[in-house]
Ligand binder design. Structure first.
Ligand code: CA
Length: 361
């Protein structure tokens, strides 16, 4: 499995000397040599790991510097919309100005099953804490290039949304600090509710102090075997912290990657520096391969995104078609309508018969 950036520990005899002052110099120096050798081995394996990652980087689904042709060339694999602009170092979805919406969308439908998306982003602005907004979102959805109220994308979207919400709208948000990163799976009927910061439809999330930082900020989304893991690296420690873990998440293929952002009365610069998509190679024995094949056959039937045991996330999915109550009232009004029609028909027939009788005499 591809494991991305991990921290490299400092490898210095000075550090050992500080930690173990009771050691004699001779022992210390031999220990240092051992430690240096271990560090060299670690570095080597990290380099290998990096190579492994590069091998599996899918450039057709990735967005990184120098953003060749983006925004003007028909050969580019990405489109810009709204206020989004390209600079040599980042794609600015919105500037730090009120009422802006911008997005960047992949043009190529996505069909990989096991994958990892690493997004390098930056949110910065003049506003004081909690006087800035609204945040940005990353998408893997059926529709692309749509304007709307969900961080610059349409509501009732179909697919995956990862939100970096920088403004606490809900009054009861005092129990969580913002920016807050969360995951939602839209099925076309679920609504993202800004007034509640998306809580009713949230599958998981965490606080991530990802605004006005001096260091780089990243989000990592991993999807494999119907399990979605969300990790963040916003502390400048080059370590991933788990943010959400959702099992039984079924996501159809053929969707599009994108990132969008919106500002309202409050604003921020919302920048995407890169979106890198890696294919995960998962070693499996023959039994696991058979299981995977079976699972893939099942997954092919998935046409609408869903999460197994949805109740555990308190997400109400509206069923298609009429409910029992709707059915009852439709039937009742139909019978009443037919009754009224029958009465009117009888009255008219009676009058017609009466007129006919009068004419006859
Ligand atoms: Ca919010």
């Amino acid at each position: 499995m591809a494991v991305s950036v991990s921290g490299q520990k400092p490898c210095r005899a000075k550090l050992l000397g500080f930690l173990y002052p009771m050691f004699q110099f001779k022992r210390l120096s031999s220990l240092s040599c051992l430690f240096v050798a271990l560090c060299a081995l670690m570095d080597h394996s990290l380099a290998d790991n990096q190579e492994f990652l590069e091998d599996f980087l899918k450039r057709e689904y990735s967005l990184s510097k120098p953003y060749r042709g983006l925004g003007f060339s028909s050969s580019s694999q990405w489109d810009l919309m709204g206020t989004a602009v390209v600079t040599p170092d980042y794609i600015r979805l919105t500037p730090d100005l009120q009422s802006r919406q911008g997005a960047v969308w992949s043009r190529i439908p996505f069909f990989l099953r096991d994958w990892e998306l690493k997004v390098h982003f930056k949110i910065s602005g003049q506003g004081k804490k909690n006087f800035n907004g609204d945040g940005l979102a990353m998408w893997l959805t059926k529709d692309r290039m749509q304007n709307g109220p969900v961080f610059g994308n349409m509501n009732q979207f179909i697919g995956l949304g990862i939100f970096v919400d920088t403004y606490p709208n809900a009054e009861r948000s005092h129990d969580r600090a913002f920016p807050y990163i969360s995951v939602m799976l839209g099925n076309g009927t679920l609504l993202y509710d800004h007034d509640q910061d998306g809580r009713p439809t949230e599958l998981g999330g965490c606080t991530a102090m990802a605004r006005n930082t001096v260091h780089d900020t990243f989000v990592l989304v991993r999807y494999s075997n119907s399990r979605l893991t969300l990790m963040v690296d916003v502390d400048g420690k080059q370590e991933w912290k788990q943010c959400a873990d959702v099992t039984g998440l079924r996501l159809p293929t053929g969707y599009f990657f994108g990132a969008s952002s919106a500002t309202g009365d409050l604003s921020d610069n919302h920048d995407i520096i890169s979106m890198k998509l890696y294919e995960l190679a998962i070693p499996r024995n023959p039994e696991q391969q058979q299981q995977q094949q079976q699972q893939q056959e099942e997954e092919e039937e998935v046409t609408v995104p869903r999460v197994d045991n949805m109740e555990q996330f308190q997400v109400a999915v509206e069923e298609e078609g009429m409910s029992t109550v709707q059915y009852f009232f439709t039937l009742l009004f139909s019978i009443m309508g037919l009754g009224v029609l029958a009465v009117v028909g009888l009255v008219l027939y009676g009058r017609w018969k009466e007129n006919r009788r009068k004419r006859f005499y």
